[in-house]
Ligand binder design. Structure first.
Ligand SMILES: Nc1nc2c(c(=O)[nH]1)N[C@H]1C(S)=C(S)[C@@H](COP(=O)(O)OP(=O)(O)OC[C@H]3O[C@@H](n4cnc5c(=O)[nH]c(N)nc54)[C@H](O)[C@@H]3O)O[C@H]1N2
Ligand SMILES: Nc1nc2c(c(=O)[nH]1)N[C@H]1C(S)=C(S)[C@@H](COP(=O)(O)OP(=O)(O)OC[C@H]3O[C@@H](n4cnc5c(=O)[nH]c(N)nc54)[C@H](O)[C@@H]3O)O[C@H]1N2
Ligand SMILES: [Mo]
Length: 697
C-alpha cells in the first residue's frame, strides 16, 4: 500500500488588476496569489484590447515588486546631496520632520512648497486625489503637469474640441494606416496587433518618422522627414487634396468651418516648398496626399513624439484636420487618434477638491511649469523651499539636467521623495519614503489608448513598511491638523467618488461591480464613429479649420507651420556649431525611467547608444562601436555609436531614458535637452535639440 500523500494546502486566489504605467495600452491584468505571495502576472484574456498579452516589461512586474532594490522603509539623508547616503528612520520621525518643515514654511508663505508628481502611476487614487487635496488645503504652489502631452492636448482642443478620436480597436478594419510620430511596437503594443491584422487583410502601412523605428521597419513605406516639420507636411498634403479637389465636399460643407480660409492658407504650401522644409521628395508628398484622399477608411495613429517641438501643438492641430477633408470621420475605422482620454469623465472636483484652496492662506497660489523645474529651483521668486516628489523621477526625466541637478543640490531646499526605488531623484532627498507597487494598493484607471475603465485590487499586503501615496498624505494631513472629512476617505471611498460622474458615457460604471469584473467599456456603441455627424467638442460643434479658440491661445486661427526652435532653417548660426538634430525617444525595455534599473531591462537595452547615419559618422571619423561624445551649449554625455541608416542624415537618435547613475559617465540624454516650451500647452520640447558628436580618442 502506498503511503498517503501528505496534502499541503495552498490558498490560491486570482485578483483583478490594472497596469499602472503611463502608456496608452492601460492593460487589464490578472494576478495569481498563493499563500499571500504573488506568483503570476498576466494580461486579462477577456479584456478586448489587452487580449491576454502584456509587454515585456510588465510581464515581469513580479521582479519589480519583489526586487531586492525596493525602498522598504523611510530614510533620512546623512551625506551630501547627490550622494544617496541615508540612514533608516521610522515613519513617525519621517512624518514629524516633514510636517515641521512644511508648517514653518507655510507660516511664512505656503507657495514655498511645491508638489512634483507625474504618471509613475496613472491611477486616480494614487495620483489624482489625496495629494491634490493635501496641497490645495496647504495652499502650496501648483504644478502645471506638462511634461508629456499638453501641447498635443491643446492641438486637439483647437481642431476637435477635446482629447477625442477614433476607437483604437477599429484599426484592424482600416485600408490605409499612417503611423505618424508613433512607435507602437515599443509604446503601444496592443494597437500594433490591430495594425498587423489590418496588414493581413491588405491594408497599406506608412510610417512618418525621422527614425526607422522598430515599427517603421515593418511598414510598407517609411517617410523619414526632418524632426519638427510635421505641420508643414500636413499643410502640403492639404494643398494637394484641396488643390486637386479630392476632398469630401459634403462632409466639409456639413461638419467643418473655415474651409475657404484653409484653402487660401494651404496655397502657401506647395509640395516643392514643403519638400525643402521636411527633407522629403516632393513626389512623395504628392503621392501620400493622393493615396490618403483615395483610400477609405484611412486611420492615423498620431503619438506624442511629434509634439515635443517648438510647434508641437500646431503640428497636432494640423494633422487632425486631415480626416475632416477626406471624410474619414464618417467611418468607425477612419480618422485619427492621439488620445482617448477625453471620452472619460471622472469626478475631478470630488477627487482633487479645489475648494480646499479657500481654506488655505493663499487661495490662488502661483503655478510652476514642471518642464522648467531646473530654472524654477534656481530662479523662482519667492523661492521654492520644499519639494514633495512622488510618481516621478525628475532628475532623470526633466530637460536640461545641468540646471535640474544644480537646483536639486541646493542646500537650503528641503526635498521629500516617495518612491519604490532609490532613483536619481532620491539621491537628492532629505527624506525618502517607501511606496507600494500596484500589487499592494487599490486604484481605478481610465485610458488614453482605449475606451475601458479598469479596476485594481491589491493582490498582496504592502512589503516592508511601504505605504500607498494616498496613505502617506492621509497621515501627513493628520499631522498638519487638517480636519476635513476628505482626508479620512479610504482608497475604496476614493474609487467610488471617482466614478460618481454626470458624464453619460460613464453611466452604469460603479466601483463594486467594476471591481468584480475588472474592467468595463464606456457607454459607447461597439462600433462608433464619434464625428460621423459632426458633434465635435468645439464651440461651433464642427471641425474648426478656422478657430477662435486658437486666437484665445495666442495662435494663428488657421493651420500654419511653426519651425523647430533649433534647426538649420530657423537658427543657422546655432546649426553651424551644432549641425545634428537629436531625438531621445523611449527605449523598448524602459518605461520613461521606470524599469531602467531592472537587471532584465538593462540586459536587453545594453548601454547608452547613439544611432548615427553612415554619412554623418564618416564626416566625423566615427566607426560603428566607437565611444562618442554628444554635446551642445547645455551639456555633454558619452554613448556608443551605432552607425546605420536607421537615423536619417542630419538626425541622431539616443534611445532613453537611462538612470544617470547607472551609466558610465553618470549622465543621460536630458543633459542636452532644453527647458524651452511648445507653442501652446506649455509642453516640453525634448526633441527640438541640436548637438554635435565627436569620436572619443
Ligand atoms: N516601452 C515603452 N513604452 C512607452 C513609454 C516608454 O518609455 N517605453 N513611454 C510611454 C509614454 S509616457 C508616452 S508619452 C508614450 C510615447 O509614445 P510615442 O509618442 O509613440 O513616443 P515617442 O517614442 O516619443 O515618439 C514616437 C516616434 O516619434 C518619432 N519622432 C520624434 N520626433 C519626431 C518628429 O518630429 N516627427 C515625427 N513624425 N516623428 C518624430 C520618434 O523617432 C519615435 O519613433 O509611450 C508610452 N509607452
Ligand atoms: N530625453 C527624454 N526625456 C523624457 C522623455 C523622452 O522621450 N526623452 N519622455 C518624457 C515623457 S513622455 C514623460 S511622460 C516623462 C515621464 O517622467 P516620469 O513621470 O518621472 O516617469 P518615470 O521616469 O517612469 O518615473 C516614475 C517614477 O514613479 C515611481 N512610482 C511608480 N508608481 C508609484 C507609486 O505608486 N507611488 C510612488 N510614490 N511612486 C511611484 C516609479 O518608481 C518611477 O521612479 O519623461 C519625459 N522625459
Ligand atoms: Mo509621456
Amino acid at each position: 500500500m502506498l503511503a498517503p500523500v501528505k496534502k499541503i494546502s495552498v490558498e490560491r486566489e486570482v485578483v483583478r488588476a490594472a497596469c499602472p504605467h503611463d502608456c496608452p495600452n492601460n492593460c487589464a491584468m490578472k494576478i495569481t496569489v498563493e499563500n499571500g505571495i504573488a506568483v503570476k502576472v498576466e494580461g486579462a484574456k477577456d479584456h478586448p484590447f489587452t487580449s491576454g498579452t502584456l509587454c515585456t516589461k510588465v510581464a515581469r512586474y513580479l521582479e519589480r515588486t519583489y526586487s531586492k532594490d525596493r525602498v522598504l522603509f523611510p530614510r533620512k539623508r546623512i551625506g551630501p546631496k547627490g550622494r544617496g547616503e541615508f540612514e533608516r528612520i521610522c515613519w513617525d520621525e519621517a512624518l514629524a520632520t516633514i510636517a515641521e518643515r512644511f508648517r514653518a514654511i507655510a507660516a511664512e508663505d505656503p507657495q514655498g512648497i511645491l508638489p512634483y508628481d507625474y504618471a509613475g502611476t496613472m491611477g486616480y487614487v494614487q495620483w489624482h486625489s489625496m495629494g491634490r487635496r493635501f496641497f490645495n488645503r496647504l495652499g502650496a504652489s501648483r504644478l502645471d503637469r506638462t511634461i508629456c502631452s499638453s501641447a498635443g492636448k491643446a492641438g486637439m482642443l483647437i481642431t476637435l474640441g477635446g482629447s477625442l478620436g477614433m476607437d483604437p480597436e477599429r484599426f484592424d478594419e482600416a485600408k490605409l494606416i499612417l503611423i505618424w510620430g508613433s512607435n507602437p511596437i515599443v509604446s503601444n503594443l496592443h494597437l500594433w496587433s490591430r495594425v498587423q491584422e489590418a496588414k493581413r487583410r491588405g491594408a497599406k502601412l506608412v510610417a512618418i518618422d525621422p527614425y526607422r523605428s522598430l515599427s517603421a521597419e515593418k511598414c510598407h513605406e517609411h517617410l523619414a522627414l526632418l524632426p519638427g516639420t510635421d505641420a508643414a507636411l500636413a499643410l502640403g498634403m492639404m494643398h494637394v487634396i484641396i488643390g486637386e479637389g479630392r476632398h469630401d465636399a459634403d462632409y466639409v460643407e456639413k461638419y467643418t468651418i473655415g474651409f475657404e480660409a484653409l484653402a487660401r492658407r494651404v496655397k502657401e504650401y506647395p509640395p516643392r516648398r514643403v519638400a525643402e522644409v521636411t527633407g522629403l521628395p516632393a513626389e512623395k508628398i504628392i503621392s501620400l496626399a493622393r493615396e490618403y484622399a483615395a483610400t477609405r477608411p484611412a486611420a492615423i495613429r498620431l503619438n506624442y513624439g511629434l509634439q515635443r517641438h517648438a510647434g508641437g501643438g500646431m503640428a497636432v492641430r494640423n494633422i487632425l484636420c486631415l480626416p475632416a477633408l477626406s471624410g474619414d470621420w464618417r467611418h468607425p475605422a477612419g480618422g485619427v487618434v492621439l488620445s482617448t482620454s477625453g471620452f472619460f469623465g471622472m469626478n475631478d472636483a470630488k477627487l482633487e477638491r479645489p475648494d480646499l484652496l479657500l481654506k488655505a492662506r493663499n487661495a490662488n497660489p502661483r503655478t510652476i511649469n514642471m518642464v522648467a523645474i531646473g530654472d524654477a529651483l534656481l530662479e523662482a521668486k519667492p523661492p521654492i523651499r520644499a519639494l514633495y516628489v512622488y510618481n516621478s523621477n525628475p532628475v532623470a526625466v526633466a530637460p536640461d539636467s545641468v540646471k535640474v541637478v544644480k537646483g536639486f543640490s541646493r542646500e537650503d531646499l528641503f526635498t521629500v521623495v516617495h518612491e519604490q526605488f532609490l532613483t536619481d531623484t532620491c539621491d537628492y532627498a532629505d527624506i525618502v519614503l517607501p511606496a507600494t507597487t500596484q500589487l499592494e494598493h487599490y486604484d481605478v484607471h481610465t485610458a488614453y489608448g482605449h475606451l475601458y475603465v479598469v479596476a485594481n485590487s491589491p493582490a498582496i499586503a504592502p512589503l516592508g513598511e511601504s505605504l500607498p501615496n494616498s496613505e502617506a498624505f492621509r497621515r501627513l494631513a493628520a499631522r498638519m491638523g487638517f480636519a476635513e472629512e476628505c482626508f479620512r476617505d479610504s482608497d475604496e471611498d476614493i474609487c467610488r467618488q471617482a466614478l460618481e460622474s454626470s458624464n453619460p458615457r460613464m453611466q452604469g460604471i460603479e466601483w463594486d461591480s467594476l471591481k468584480e469584473k475588472g474592467w468595463q467599456r464606456l457607454n459607447l456603441p461597439e462600433r462608433f464613429a464619434p464625428f460621423a455627424q459632426g458633434n465635435f467638442g468645439t464651440p461651433s460643434g464642427k471641425c474648426e479649420f478656422y478657430s477662435e479658440t486658437a486666437i484665445g491661445l495666442g495662435m494663428d486661427p488657421l493651420p500654419t507651420y511653426i519651425p523647430p526652435r533649433e534647426s538649420a532653417q530657423s537658427n543657422p548660426a546655432l546649426a553651424g556649431r551644432y549641425p545634428l538634430a537629436i531625438i531621445s525617444p523611449p527605449n523598448r525595455h524602459f518605461l520613461n525611467s521606470s524599469f531602467a534599473n531592472m537587471p532584465f531591462a538593462i540586459a536587453e537595452a545594453g548601454e547608452p547608444s547613439l544611432e548615427i547615419h553612415p554619412g554623418d559618422a564618416a564626416a566625423r571619423g566615427i566607426a560603428n562601436g566607437d565611444a562618442v561624445r554628444i554635446f551642445n551649449d547645455r551639456g555633454s554625455l558619452t554613448a556608443r555609436a551605432r552607425v546605420s541608416d536607421k537615423a536619417r542624415e542630419g538626425v541622431v537618435v539616443a534611445l532613453s531614458v537611462w538612470w544617470r547613475k547607472l551609466t558610465a559617465d553618470r549622465k543621460n540624454a536630458n543633459e542636452l535637452t532644453s527647458q524651452a516650451l511648445t507653442d501652446i500647452g506649455g509642453g516640453a520640447t525634448f526633441y527640438d535639440c541640436l548637438v554635435d558628436v565627436a569620436r572619443i580618442r
